[in-house]
Design a protein around this ligand. Structure first.
Ligand code: TXA
Ligand code: MG
Length: 334
């Protein structure tokens, strides 16, 4: 199958939506990462997503919607707390896990009695979802275990020949996936840190949110799998005053054992690494987040075999960056 990258003009958006409505699979942009979508009501198309990605089928998909009506169509008991979160953060980078309605096929939810629902804010995405007219089940549009795609070319690199269209919305504004909050129980639980910070959620909820670390176990089925891994070995530094010394020492150790490492650092820190190879990750942690997955892919394409990422503070988007670095490094912290 030929894979075409399409600009998001009205004609191409219609073409992609038509493909979804007729039971096909299409990649599309969101403000977080690109998604690989199919109609949530077409089990055969949904199973095709799992096959194309090589995704274990016990890992449920998020359902993408364009309106509150569509949320009510698939989720039961939209509680006062859920409504509050919806009005504060949707459209945006928040996924709410809610009790599902029986119209949602088991293959979407991996047999769970809940469904993850998200309403993206990216403009091309909103037009595409509105044109689809059905909720669209979609994981990130990467091959399983690879870093999530933050531009159309990343999708093309992973899925060329396996899907007909990639709707090209340019570079994703956030670059890390949505925050996943489970509001199906008595107290809201954070299942995955992401584009909306825990602090923002707590402000709107007016209460402390339980996190994976405070409850001691991972609750999101997907998080038990290997994730976000380039070919290069990834290491990341804890965030502390003299992390630069530790990073330089680790870099030099790798070089002395014949490796070819690159350091991911904020622009303002680049000079602290002397002549060592660095990728500049922008001015702040929002930039760092936006460039993280692309930098992991870039390291592979430029034949670096090791990546050392600077540590970041755990507030705001930092929590999501740390989560992705823990996953992509397999916990190799220095
Ligand atoms: O930003 C995002 O969320 C992107 C874009 C495309 O929307 N999507 C995304 O999907 O990251 P994916 O499949 O790569 O990650 C979805 C995560 C998985 O870890 C999955 O286990 C979890 O969401 N999930 C989905 N439905 C769930 C449910 N009902 N209960 C608990 N976790 C759920
Ligand atoms: Mg993913």
């Amino acid at each position: 199958m030929e894979t075409r990258i399409l600009q998001p003009n009205p004609e191409n958006i219609r073409l992609c939506a038509q493909r979804i409505k007729s039971g096909g699979v299409v990649a599309f942009p969101t403000e977080t990462v690109y998604g690989l979508g199919a109609s949530a009501f077409e089990p055969r198309a949904v199973r095709e997503i799992f096959r194309i990605k090589g995704r274990p089928n016990d890992n449920p998909l998020i359902v993408h919607v364009s309106s509150l009506e569509q949320i009510r169509e698939i989720a039961d008991l939209v509680s006062p707390l859920a409504l509050k979160l919806i009005s504060a953060f949707m459209p945006g980078a928040l996924t709410l896990v809610m009790k599902r309605k029986s119209c949602v096929p088991d293959c979407v939810t991996a047999g769970l009695d809940t469904v993850g629902v998200r309403m993206p804010s990216n403009e091309a995405c909103r037009k595409f979802l509105a044109e689809c007219g059905v909720p669209v089940a979609a994981p990130s549009a990467n091959t399983s275990t690879r870093p999530s795609p933050t531009c159309a070319e990343h999708v093309y690199d992973d899925l060329r020949g396996k899907i007909p269209y990639v709707l090209d919305g340019g570079e994703c504004e956030i670059g890390l996936e949505s925050t996943i909050l489970d509001v199906s129980g008595v107290a809201p639980k954070l299942l995955r840190a992401g584009g909306i910070s825990i602090e923002e959620l707590e402000r709107v909820c007016g209460l402390k949110i339980q996190t994976v670390s405070s409850t001691g176990k991972a609750l999101c089925p997907g998080m038990k799998y290997k994730h976000y891994s380039p070919k290069a070995e990834v290491y990341f530094s804890a965030y502390y005053g003299n992390m630069f010394g530790g990073i330089n020492a680790h870099y030099d150790l790798l070089v002395s054992s014949g490796k070819n490492p690159v350091i991911l650092c904020l622009d303002k820190n680049a000079s602290l690494y002397g002549a060592r190879k660095v990728y500049r990750m922008g001015a702040d942690y929002g930039d760092y987040a936006r460039m993280l997955f692309a930098s992991l892919r870039r390291a592979d394409s430029q034949n670096y075999d090791s990546v050392i990422a600077e540590g970041v503070p755990s507030e705001g988007i930092g929590a999501a960056i740390i989560n992705r670095l823990v996953k992509s490094s397999g916990g190799k912290i220095i």
